[in-house]
Each structure stands twice: as C-alpha cells, then as structure tokens.
Design a protein around this ligand. Structure first.
Ligand code: ADP
Ligand code: ASP
Ligand code: MG
Length: 437
C-alpha cells in the first residue's frame, strides 16, 4: 500500500481539495495524509500568540474571521444540501471549540489543541467530500495512533500496533488521516513540529511497511537550491536517503527535518511530486540514486555558535567530553562542530537553555557566543575520489566571512557557518559555482 501526503497548498481551496480527490481516487487502496489548508496553522499560531498575550478580543475576531473563510470553502466544496449542512456543522463545532479557549488561562497545553484544529478540519472536509461523491473512504483519526514518547520522539512500536488494528481489508478503500498532530506520552494532544505532516507520512509508511511514500506539494520535486531565495533553480531527479536527510535537516523546507529517517530505516522510497503539475517526474529518494556529483544546496536559519577556549583544567580529551555532556544535559542538539587543541566551536539552532549551557561551560574555559548565524550546506556525492569540490565551494564563498567549516564527517556534506545577513549571497554564489546559474 502507498502513503500519499498532500501539503497545505495542495488542499488550500475547495477546488484544490477536489483536485486531490481526483488524484487519489484511482481504485487503489491507500493512506492519504492531509495538512491543514494553507495559512491556517499560521493563523492558529497568531491566535495563540494573542491568547498568550491576553488580547482576547483580537483573538476572538481572528477566530471569527477564519470561520467566515471556512464557511466560504464549505459552500464551494459540496454540491448537495445534505453535505453542505454537514460541512457547516463541522466548521461550527471546531470554531466553537476554538472560541472556548478565549479566556485568561492559556498554556502550552491549550496551544497544542488550538494548533491541531487545522488538520482536524481539512481531513473532515475532504473525507465528507469523498462520501458525497460516492468514493470508498475511511477516516483514520491520527490521535488514535500517532504518538510520541517521553523524549518527544515518535513511538514507532505504538504507531505500528495501533495502525495495524485500524486498517480494514477493503480493497479500494482510501484512508484519510491528519498529518502533523499526535498525542504525547501523557496522552495530551501534541504535534510533530511545523511542517510535520511529511514526518507523519513517513512514520505511517514505516509502520505499515508501505510500498512507497509520496509527498505531494506545490513544486516539481526538490530543487538544487532554495527557490524562494535563488533564481533559476532546477529539480534534482534522484537523491539517496542520506542526501535527502541532510538537505531536510539543513533547511530544505520542502521536507520536514526528520521525515526521511523512518523511510530510510524501513527502506521505503519517497517520491516528491507536484499537485499543480501531477505528470512532472518529481524527485525520487531511495537507497541508490542515479547520477553522482553535487546535488543541492540548503541553508538552516537561526543558528547560534558557541566557542569555548579551554582554561586547561581538563586534559584535551576530557575537555571535549565535558563540553558535549553539558550540551546533552540541557538537550541542546549540536548541528555542527569544529575543534582544535584548546578550542571547540559548536553550532546549534536551539536557543532554549543556552544561558545555562554557557554558564556551565564557563567553568572549563572562556565562552563566546555568536548569534544570527546560518549554516549553508552543500550536499551530494563527495566520495574521497572526488577531488576539487572543496576548492570550488570555498572559492564561491571567498567574498564573505566564514566562521566554521565542517567537511569529512560523511561523504555527502560540506557545511559552512556564515552570518544570517550573508545567507542570500552565499546561496547565490554556491548556485553559480556549482550549477552555473
Ligand atoms: P507543503 O505545504 O506542501 O508541505 P512546503 O511549503 O512545506 O509545502 O514546502 C514546499 C516549499 O518548499 C516550496 O514551495 C519551496 O518554496 C520551498 N523550498 C525550499 N527549499 C526547497 C528546495 N530545495 N526544493 C524545493 N522546494 C524548496
Ligand atoms: N499544518 C502544519 C504546518 O503548517 C503541518 C504541515 O503543514 O506539515 O506546519
Ligand atoms: Mg511542508
């Protein structure tokens, strides 16, 4: 069975929803993962910010405004009075529920529930449209099977066990479920972080041992650079799991940072396709890929670099161990690292607890922190016989200050820490040097 995920733009209007149903209704049994309609999760984030700030009237107005938009979608989506009424009822239930949060107490717990409403509404809208049109569809509530553990990591055994119990044997049945949302180890509503519907699809794929995971979005596959920043980017037709995982982790927004990992572990190919141009070939991500060389460039934002110069209290090996223990104890992930005899520099995108980390590190050396940085990363096949890549890349960045470089940890990544202000220039220069555009 295949798992197909459609992102926010793909279900961003009534007509797009109808197009998605046209694409999925080919008589084959499949699981379809849907995001919230585009813009909805951002709006729910804004509503949450108002509620945190106790701007209750503003929050109420935003909820009413969003409800009016959905009322329009429902009118357009259904063609019978019966389903229009059903649609209106669904919208009213969810927006009345949202209004129940317009009160003084608003915590992370309530925020997670608010953020979940977008996917809950979009899936119910599409599912009912399929029923109205007479398709064989079933509704799979993600909150009944998608779960994270105490560390916030997906609980793959739980997901596998619960999914197995929920899938009937219907031949052509199309199962509709929500991306992004889950329950946590305390059974509370939670999510897989922004962009998490890709991750949902890959986790489901791994849980049911799917034949393929398809990520349908608004662009023809993964491009060789960020098309929002660089002009004339072009699609990369084939990537290995490792290359795609690096690109996702290092900021290629088309994929959630962790979504390739479950597919890679289970050996399930991931195909990136364009809902607006379904016949386009897209990008295939698999164990092997066709064509070597440099594949793509990406950049990860909001990076902070922490440099520690040892005060000599610990021997060199003990110093490194201590530094990483401190990062581990505050659960601050390390995205990049460089060392010399007396110094270590670490880059991370998590700023929570950074003051505590710096404070503890200061017992072992002098600490310096650089904020507003980004990691620009070049991904492809850089096996040891591939001479010259490093020179091309370094030459491309010759005009800007590079703060850290990471090369050699794997055969498919070179990463540079540069100032966030230099990101566009770095990405454009790398595209010119590597892809002549
Ligand atoms: P969805 O809502 O379908 O999940 P996203 O907005 O999350 O879609 O991801 C698709 C977008 O990712 C594209 O429209 C594009 O602007 C952006 N993007 C950033 N880097 C890349 C890249 N290297 N290749 C393709 N798209 C990219
Ligand atoms: N709706 C969620 C978001 O906007 C999840 C997703 O689209 O993948 O982040
Ligand atoms: Mg996305």
């Amino acid at each position: 069975m295949k798992v197909l995920k459609f992102g926010g733009t793909s279900v961003g209007s009534a007509s797009r929803m109808k197009e998605v149903v046209r694409l999925i209704a080919d008589g084959e049994r499949k699981i379809v993962v849907l995001s919230a309609m585009s813009g909805t999760t951002n709006k729910l984030v804004e509503i949450s910010e108002c509620l945190y700030g106790k701007r209750l009237r503003e929050a109420a107005e935003m909820i009413d405004g969003l409800e009016a938009v959905y009322a329009g979608h429902v009118e357009e989506l259904y063609s019978t009075d019966e389903y229009r009424e059903k649609g209106k009822k669904i919208i009213k239930e969810h927006f009345d529920y949202l209004r129940s949060f317009v009160k003084d107490i608003f915590t992370l717990y309530e925020e997670k529930i608010v953020l979940a409403q977008g996917e809950l509404i979009s899936t119910k809208m599409v599912y009912n449209y399929m029923l109205e049109q007479g398709y064989d569809a079933a509704f799979l509530p993600a909150l009944d099977f998608m779960r994270t553990d105490r560390l916030g990591e997906p609980d793959i055994n739980y997901i596998r066990k619960h999914m197995a119990g929920m899938l009937g044997s219907g031949d052509g049945c199309i199962y509709i479920t929500q991306g992004f949302i889950c329950r946590n180890a305390f059974n509370e509503i939670d999510n897989l972080q922004r962009g998490g519907s890709d991750y949902t699809a890959s986790l489901i794929g791994a849980a049911i041992d799917a034949e393929e995971v398809q990520i349908w979005t608004d662009i023809d596959g993964l491009h060789n650079n960020d098309p929002r920043i660089v002009e004339n980017t072009s699609p990369v037709r084939s990537l290995t799991f490792d290359e795609a995982a690096e690109l996702a982790y290092f900021g290629a927004k088309i994929l959630h940072p962790a979504c390739i990992i479950p597919a890679k572990r289970a050996g399930i190919p991931v195909l990136l396709l364009n809902t607006m141009q379904p016949e386009a070939p897209g990008t295939l991500i698999a164990g092997n890929c066709t064509g070597g060389g440099i594949k793509a460039v990406a950049a990860k934002d909001n990076i902070t670099a922490i440099k520690v110069k040892s005060n000599g209290r610990l021997p060199a090996s003990g110093f490194l161990r201590k530094v990483f223990e401190i990062f581990e104890s505050y659960m601050v992930p390390v995205d990049m690292v460089c060392t010399s005899e007396m110094n270590v520099a670490v880059a991370t995108d998590k700023t929570a607890h950074l003051d505590e980390v710096a404070d503890e590190l200061s017992h072992y050396g002098e600490v310096a922190i650089d904020t507003d940085m980004c990691i620009a990363c070049v991904v492809g096949d850089m096996g040891r016989h591939n001479a010259g890549t490093m020179k091309t890349v370094v030459d491309a960045l010759a005009e800007m200050p590079v703060r850290m470089v990471s090369y050699g940890s794997s055969d498919n990544n070179i990463a540079f820490l540069v100032r966030a202000a230099d990101k566009k220039q770095a990405l454009c220069a790398l595209s010119r040097a590597l892809f002549s555009c």
